[in-house]
Design a protein around this ligand. Structure first.
Ligand SMILES: Cc1ncc(COP(=O)(O)O)c(C=O)c1O
Length: 455
């Protein structure tokens, strides 16, 4: 085997669109980046190229990630940590190199990064290990109404299991968290504060460092759902000061079934395992077992090796692009979209009023038109958006909305995609006409979580 895993990573993470001289923090050549994502070359029967505006659900993958997966399965597919033969060593080295890469991505130590399947699994891991070991009846868990079900339901379950109670930070009329209520809740001495860095439904960016610092001052352990921030902006767990942070690989251009849980090592070292089996033990006898040290303790069974390697490549790709430039590019497109959509009669934009609290996510409704139908008209124009409640039912209840259309922007989106979105919405108004929209029942709104709920 002539190629080492590090030379493989060096070659694979550099986006072709970025030369060494082109690392401006404000400039991204989105067309050149787009060309690195094979799926985006698709043209529909009417010759329209794909405007993919659903990266908040799952991002597309650049050739570098696809090649890394292909390379693993074609050239060195083998189980890790257990083999002494060349293929297994190569796979083990690449898997551990990927851990180093994702650790660098969030400024953590490699031993603090656990490979999981997704954000959901990461949060459940914390709830069922740290949470069950540390929460007692009456203890307070603080969430926010902006949170995704993946960062709400695991804590509700934990509260049921332990007798802890939950409380939620509401949002103000300007769409941002009500920090006065947060302070009041913190005064009650919560055991745990869990919040999303960026709202997946309406794009609100929370000040993660400030929220964490206040929670730590109140003595709480802090869990951050970074599913919508890790892909889009610089993320530094040390400067934020959180105890745990979770993100999904598939949203950072990595493979499906890959994700990361960061945990401060002192906490991980004290935590019981989440799942038991091979790979997570130091020794086993018929009388009992001794757990391996983290991160192995939390990676029972054969992991998704190729997928973790692909995630390492994806995070390297994003780092090479410069994540401040990524955030600036997406926010520019989102603001263009908001400006264009707001010119269309009947369009209502949702999300924070202040531009500084907005991300690359644009949530909107069109008066009289069911969001799912608008999304279908856009699909016919080869513009992919999502419509529904975006796994945030409590937020939608607070907002008094049944569903919204969500356009989410990423590095490969261009101003042309924005124009296509706006003209598609205009077309939907023309085709469907303002109708009386009395709301849709869960499951009919195009929301996959709602479908799961009624299934
Ligand atoms: C803010 C947020 N948290 C958690 C999740 C859950 O991610 P996954 O389904 O990859 O576990 C999502 C997915 O959309 C999300 O946007």
């Amino acid at each position: 085997m002539s190629m080492t895993t590090s030379s493989l990573a060096d070659r694979q993470t550099r986006p072709a669109a970025i030369g060494t001289e082109n690392r401006s923090s404000t400039l991204l050549d989105a067309e050149a980046i787009r060309a690195e994502f094979p799926i985006l070359a698709q043209i529909n029967a009417r010759g329209q190229r794909l405007a993919y505006l659903d990266s908040a659900a799952s991002a597309q993958k650049p050739s570098q990630v696809l090649d890394a997966l292909d390379d693993y399965y074609r050239r060195y597919n083998a189980n890790i940590h257990r083999g002494v033969y060349g293929l297994s060593e190569l796979a083990t080295n690449a898997y551990e190199a990927a851990r180093e890469q994702v650790a660098a991505f969030i400024n953590a130590q490699a031993r603090e990064c656990i490979f999981v399947r997704n954000t959901t699994e990461a949060i459940n891991l914390v709830a069922q290990t740290w949470g069950r070991a540390n929460l007692c009846p009456g203890d307070l868990i603080i969430n926010t109404v902006l949170d995704h079900h993946s960062n709400l339901v695991p804590w509700q379950l934990l509260a049921q299991q332990t007798g802890a109670r939950t409380a939620y930070v509401p949002i103000r009329a300007d769409g941002q968290l009500d920090l006065a209520v947060y302070e009041t809740l913190l005064a009650q001495g919560p055991k745990l504060v869990a919040f999303s860095h960026v709202s997946n439904a309406v794009g609100t960016v929370n000040d993660a460092a400030w929220l964490t610092q206040r929670a730590k001052a109140a003595g709480a352990t802090v869990v951050i759902d970074a599913a919508q921030s890790a892909p889009h902006r610089p993320l530094d767990v040390q400067s934020i000061g959180c105890d745990f942070l979770a993100f999904s690989g598939h949203k950072v251009m990595g493979p499906m079934g890959s994700g990361v849980l960061f945990g401060r090592y002192e906490l991980l070292a004290e935590m019981p395992p989440f799942m038991a089996g091979g790979g997570m033990v130091a020794s086993v006898s018929l009388d009992g077992s001794v757990w391996a040290d983290p991160p192995a303790r939390f990676e029972a069974g054969t992991p998704a090796v190729g997928e973790a390697i692909g995630l390492g490549i994806a995070t390297g790709y994003l780092d090479n692009l410069d994540r401040s430039a990524v955030a600036a590019h997406e926010e520019h497109l989102a603001e263009l979209a908001r400006a264009g959509l707001s010119e269309i009669p009947g369009v209502e934009l949702h999300g924070p009023l202040s531009a500084s609290a907005r991300s690359g996510i644009v949530g909107f409704t069109v008066e009289g038109l069911p969001p799912g139908e608008v999304a279908k008209v856009l699909d016919a124009e080869h513009v992919a958006v999502r419509a529904g409640r975006h796994c945030c039912h409590p937020l939608f209840n607070v907002l008094g909305l049944d569903a919204i259309i969500r356009a989410s922007f990423y590095v490969y989106n261009t101003e042309d995609d924005v124009t296509r979105l706006i003209s598609g919405v205009e077309k939907a108004r023309g085709l469907l006409g303002p109708r009386s929209f009395t709301g849709t029942a869960p499951g009919h709104s195009g929301d996959p979580c709602a479908r799961r709920l009624i299934a």
